[in-house]
Design a protein around this ligand. Structure first.
Ligand code: SF4
Length: 251
């Protein structure tokens, strides 16, 4: 069964290689990490308060009654296709939570195969901690946008950086890239952390994005992020969706 938090679009992809490209988003529920240090405060359905990342509503099972459940890829494809405009094929972004928790699910694979076979570009936004098997040719056409988490997320190193899993994706899906979120208050530790991770990996493109769940917070981290990107020869990625819609959900 596929647990989906939201399906929306076309909107524009806000970050990474396809930033600015019209896209449909399929947000999967559940995650294997709990990045509490990202500090987004939220209220659970029972009224209690907790802290997590900006997609807490897709990560925390306290919201599971709101999640849509699909037992067939066909039904999910029908919902997504309602959003596909008649004149062009939007980029399909599979995000979460952590969508690769579903990699072994046959309906998840049917969904990927369907859109790749029909010549849609697919990006999977992942934390790259799950070691996946590439057994089919179409799987190598997926773009994996690997948002590897740094110490500021609050999870232990061995849980958030899985060199074997990342290396495997880099080798198999050749256009994939890494994405790090930069907090200006931690910049010295962050630079070393990124260096250490990259030393252990095959060559790969790297995007740096400023930390910020709203316009105001984002702005505070932009210059530091650009400076580090220029210093190291990485790409800078903005977060267009936050610039345009601030912290509004599902746009
Ligand atoms: S890995 Fe991503 S979705 Fe999961 S808790 Fe961390 S920031 Fe949230």
């Amino acid at each position: 069964m596929l647990e989906i938090n939201e399906i929306f679009g076309p909107s524009i992809q806000g970050e990474g290689k396809y930033s600015g490209v019209p896209s449909i988003f399929i947000r999967f529920s559940r995650c294997n990490l709990r990045c509490r240090n990202f500090g987004v405060k939220y209220q659970k359905p029972d009224g209690s308060i907790d802290y997590l990342c900006d997609t807490y509503y897709a990560v925390d099972p306290a919201f599971k009654n709101d999640w849509m459940k699909y037992t067939s890829a066909g039904d999910l494809i029908k919902e997504v296709d309602k959003l596909v405009p008649p004149d062009y094929k939007p980029h399909i972004v599979i995000t979460g939570g952590e969508p690769l928790l579903n990699w072994e699910d046959r309906n998840f694979q049917k969904l990927l195969k369907h859109y790749i076979k029909n010549k849609f570009q697919i990006t999977i936004e992942t934390n790259a901690t799950i070691d996946i098997n590439f057994t089919k040719k179409y799987q190598k056409k997926i773009l994996f946008s690997m948002g590897v988490k740094l110490a500021n997320c609050g999870e232990p190193l061995e849980k958030r950086v899985r060199i074997k899993a990342i290396s495997n994706i880099i080798k198999k899906a050749k256009c994939s890239y890494l994405k790090f979120v930069i907090d200006k208050n931690l910049i010295f530790d962050t630079e070393k952390e990124i260096d250490d991770i990259l030393k252990a990996l095959p060559k790969v493109n790297v995007y740096l994005m400023p930390l910020g769940d709203c316009k105001q917070n984002l702005e505070q981290n932009v210059k530091t992020t650009v400076n580090l990107a220029v210093k190291k020869g990485f790409f800078y990625s903005d977060r267009l969706h936050i610039r345009i819609w601030d912290n509004k959900k599902g746009v």
